[in-house]
Design a binder for this molecule. Structure first.
Ligand code: MN
Length: 227
């Protein structure tokens, strides 16, 4: 007789916009410094160096406008409003044209960050995992089906109704298809992968009681209340 010694963990998933179905998630990748104004505000030169990536565990997803208990081990929780790309096919060593064909849909997301732990990790030359990949750190709104990459559209993040980030997807240093192509040279991509595509300037702290909403033109917004 064979089988698992424990019940397998549930498959993380994200609602599909306007449907009763859900999108099953395999891996979550994130791009760092993909908007020049945010690179500058973090103290970096926004030259077009190749994109760099980090990851979050798939079970770090927070979906459906769920509340966020203020995370452990931080006094400086930051929001980062981002476009999320969902892949419906996989591959490796792809050209941007081939990479564009992997796209299943897009969502508005929030790459929640324990900024104090990230600053400590940067100073010590240590990994970002505990700054970026903590429980409920991957806020993701409903995924809207698409036939190609989103190239433009206003992206805003508001806290308690006040706009704090306001940019356009066209301001990305590396557009969506290029991001997927670069990533496909580092790992083999597969259906169910999500990619957070970076955040524009204006990142800042969230406190208990704050309500953060990420809105991207053409997509459903996602709202998170910190409790
Ligand atoms: Mn980010």
């Amino acid at each position: 007789m064979s089988g698992f010694v424990l019940p397998p963990a549930p498959t993380p998933s994200v609602p599909v916009a306007g449907e009763e179905t859900r999108f099953p998630v395999r891996r979550i990748f994130c791009v760092g410094r993909n908007y020049a104004d945010h690179a500058r505000e973090m103290g970096h030169d926004p030259d077009r160096e190749p994109p760099f990536f980090f990851t979050k565990p798939a079970d770090a997803l927070l979906t459906g406008d769920a509340d966020l208990p203020y995370p452990a081990a931080t006094a400086d929780l930051h929001f980062e409003g981002e476009l999320v790309v969902a892949l419906g096919a996989g591959g490796s060593d792809l050209s941007p044209d081939q990479a564009a064909g992997l796209i299943w849909g897009h969502a508005a997301g929030n790459d929640l960050t324990r900024r104090d732990l990230q600053a400590q990790a940067k100073a010590a030359g240590r990994p970002w995992d505990m700054a970026k990949g903590f429980d409920r750190s991957a806020v993701c709104g409903p995924i809207r089906r698409a036939t190609g990459p989103m190239q433009r559209g206003r992206l805003t993040l508001s806290v308690n109704g006040e706009i704090r980030q306001d940019s356009d997807l066209s301001a990305m240093i590396w557009p969506v298809a290029d991001i997927i192509a670069h990533l496909s040279r580092l790992v083999t991509l597969a259906p169910g992968d999500l990619i957070y595509t970076g955040t524009p300037a204006g990142v800042g702290a969230l406190r208990r009681g704050d309500v953060a909403t990420v809105a991207i033109e053409g997509l459903d917004p996602v709202t998170t209340r910190v409790v």
